[in-house]
Structures are given as C-alpha cells and as structure tokens.
Design a protein around this ligand. Structure first.
Ligand code: UD1
Ligand code: UDP
Length: 352
C-alpha cells in the first residue's frame, strides 16, 4: 500500500469531532496535512475540541473568522489554494456541510486534486438551508463519497451518483465510542450545575431559521420556560448574539451556559431526560446514547432516527415541543443505522 499525502480541511465544532476519528487512523499509515480554516475560533468552539479529542495541532490555521457566506467561503479559498498547490496532496478530505467544506471542495476540484467527502449524501431537501447548498455542491465535486447511512447512499443514487459512493458508517459514532468512558469519568459539570441523571432537559439551538429570526427564537424560549422542569442550554455564539439583541433574561427553570467541550457535552447528553435540538450531530448522539430527542425543525437529514421512533420532529410549531417531551420513552429498538464504530478504518482503506 503506497503512502498517501492527505490534506484535511476542518474549521467548525462538528468537524473536529468527525476528523478526530479519521486523523487517528489515517496517520498510522499515511501523511496528513491538517488545515483549520478558523471558521470557529472561540476557545470552546475550537481549541477545546483539538485538545480533548487529541487532534494533532493543525499545520495551518487560516484564521478566516466570521463573515457573510460569500466572504467567508472566498477567504477560505484564497488562503487554501496556495497551500494545496504547494503541498500537492494525493487527496483533499472534507467533512459535513459547512462553508469550510464547500470552500475546500471547490479548491480541490479546481486544482484537479482527488476530493473525498465524509458525510456525503445527506439531504434535508430544504434549499433555504445554507448547509443544503454546501452538501449538494460538495457532493457534485467529490470523487469519493463516504456516506454515513443507507439513506444517504439512496439520496445520491436518486441524483444519479453511484460511482465512488460507499456506506462507511458514521465517524461520529467512532468518536463517541472512544470518548464516552472518559466523559463519564472526568466531567465536572454535574457538580458545577448540580444536575443528576434524568433531572433535566438538554437544549441546543443554532440553526439560522430558529435563532436569527428573533420572533421564532422568542417563541422557542417561551415554550422552554413553560416546561415544568430544569432546562440546561449551552448557547451557541450565533444564538448568544440574538439573545443579546433581544435583551433576553433567562426564565427561572432555564440554565444558560457557554458552549461546553465535547466530554462535558457527552455527559450532558447521556444523562438528559430528553434532548431538544436543531443540531445534526446532537440528534445522532441522542439516538446513539438512547435519549429520546425532539428536533426543533420541520425536517431532518437523519431520517432513520425518526423512523425508529427515537426522534420527533416538532415542525414549525414550537408548541409541539411541550407535548413531545412528555411522551414516554419509545418502545422500539435502535437499529445500528450509523454502523459499527469503525467508519474511519473503512474510509482510510478506501482512500488508499
Ligand atoms: C456553522 C455552519 C453550520 C454548523 C455550525 C456548527 C455554515 C454556513 N454553517 O454555523 O452548518 O451546523 O457551524 O456549529 O458553515 N461565532 C463566534 N465565535 C465562534 C464562531 C462563531 O462568536 O467561534 C459567532 C459569530 O458572530 C458568527 C456566528 O457565530 O457570525 C455564526 O458563525 P458561523 O461560523 O458563520 O456559522 P454557525 O452558525 O456557527
Ligand atoms: N457540542 C459540544 N458542545 C456544545 C454543543 C455541541 O461539544 O456545547 C458537540 C456535539 O456533541 C456534537 C457537535 O458538537 O458532537 C455538534 O455540533 P453543532 O451542533 O454545532 O453542529 P451540527 O452537528 O448541527 O452541524
């Protein structure tokens, strides 16, 4: 097996979680150049993940920071292109559906470098989501499409894409399995927040459709305030800006905290009575940990979790969250739709 040079592009919170699994296996046999775009830059949105997930220090940090879609994507491309040109990697590896993903994909495709996309084939069929645009465009440029689920493979087939498509399983399961024991041993959050198993609802919200629209966000907060139990809510910086703009003062049952590191988050997820979220990663982790989830969206890319009865879509009516969190724990099994925790091994093998 020839030794490859792979250039990996990360830059946001969920991408560190995904890359942690692949980088570890990849570096056993190949060379990796890790490029952090700097799309996320607060300590608890970036460095905490690099540290906790034992990701090697990035070789380049492009430091692009926050900006509108065109500017952010363009800044990444401008800074990334000369790095790819001088490194001449055998493949560029991108993850998920962020602006960092799309920028990496466009640079690789235009330079004629083999492009591999981890988390290919996901679709919400909602073109108003910036992520949907990023996914479709990245998949159309990719040579290797690593799908986490069967439905992702089906989505690509319906678009006529079959070559280079592989169901590898989901790399987020690899990372979860590796770090859950450490999360359970080390998290200090239960003491700091005075929470125990099953004593709270965990909430995360960061989708523009929920949090940039202040009326929508106010309606969601109102519903959370009416849940007659403790709510723990690590607040994404996008959401924090909207809360500041609203001059929001937390209701008495709501504990708003800064975003937490991965290990604390796994602890919070595992021990929550229910999870309410609009995050893709958190929906999956809820399923994997066996915690019933309510998704504050009208649709999801992770349809298997809904089909199995462990994820409820609240749709456009925040009110539906109230009844959904009171439903009993689903009786159904949780089939292993995200694979076996060895997605990264398969990805590295297919890259070679
Ligand atoms: C991005 C991704 C989204 C992903 C999410 C994961 C895009 C288009 N969106 O959304 O798909 O689900 O990351 O969390 O790529 N900010 C800070 N500090 C930071 C990062 C962001 O204060 O470290 C604030 C800035 O005000 C910024 C806003 O959050 O304008 C949004 O950040 P951005 O990276 O543009 O999008 P996300 O909402 O994080
Ligand atoms: N996460 C975390 N701390 C938090 C919120 C989320 O560690 O305060 C983790 C979460 O466990 C998952 C990933 O971040 O692994 C999901 O990222 P996010 O919700 O930002 O993005 P999405 O998955 O929706 O793209």
């Amino acid at each position: 097996m020839a030794k490859l040079k792979v250039l990996t592009v990360v830059g946001t919170r969920p991408q560190y979680v995904k890359a942690a699994a692949v980088s570890r296996i990849l570096r056993r046999a190949h060379d990796e150049i890790l490029v952090d775009t700097g799309q996320h830059y607060d300590f608890n949105m970036s460095d905490v993940f690099i540290r906790e997930l034992e990701i090697p220090p990035p070789d380049h940090n492009l430091g692009v920071g926050s900006a509108g879609h065109a500017e952010q994507t363009a800044r990444i491309m401008l800074a990334l292109e000369p790095i790819v040109q001088s490194a001449r990697p055998d493949a560029v590896l991108v993850y998920g559906d962020t602006n960092s993903t799309l920028a990496g994909a466009l640079v690789a495709a235009k330079l004629g470098v083999r492009l591999a996309h981890v988390e290919a084939g996901l679709r919400s069929f909602n073109w108003a989501m910036p992520e949907e645009i990023n996914r479709v465009l990245t998949d159309s440029a990719a040579d290797l499409l690593f799908c986490p689920t069967n439905s992702a493979v089906d989505n690509l087939r319906l678009e006529g894409v079959v070559e280079g498509v592989h169901n590898t399983g989901d790399v987020m399961l690899d990372t979860l399995q590796r770090f859950l024991p450490r999360a359970e041993e080390t998290s200090r959050l239960p003491g700091e927040l005075n929470v125990g198993a099953g004593s709270y609802i965990l909430v995360t919200l960061h989708r523009p459709a929920n949090v940039d629209d202040l009326q929508r966000l106010a309606a969601l907060l109102d519903v959370l305030a009416r849940l007659e139990e403790r709510v723990v809510f690590p607040v994404h910086p996008r959401t924090r800006s909207s809360l500041a703009e609203m001059g929001y003062e937390a209701a008495s049952n709501l504990t708003l905290i800064d975003p937490v590191g991965y290990l604390d988050m796994l602890w919070l997820e595992k021990n929550a009575r229910r999870i309410v979220t609009d995050s893709g990663g958190v929906q999956k982790e809820a399923y994997l940990l066996g915690v019933p989830c309510v998704t504050a969206r009208a649709e999801t890319e992770w349809t298997e979790t809904v089909d199995a009865g462990w994820n409820t879509l609240a749709g456009d009516e925040p009110e539906r969250i109230v009844e959904a969190v009171l439903q009993p724990v689903p009786a159904g099994e949780r089939p292993p739709v995200f694979g076996d925790g060895h997605a990264a091994d398969r990805i590295v093998e297919l890259l070679s």
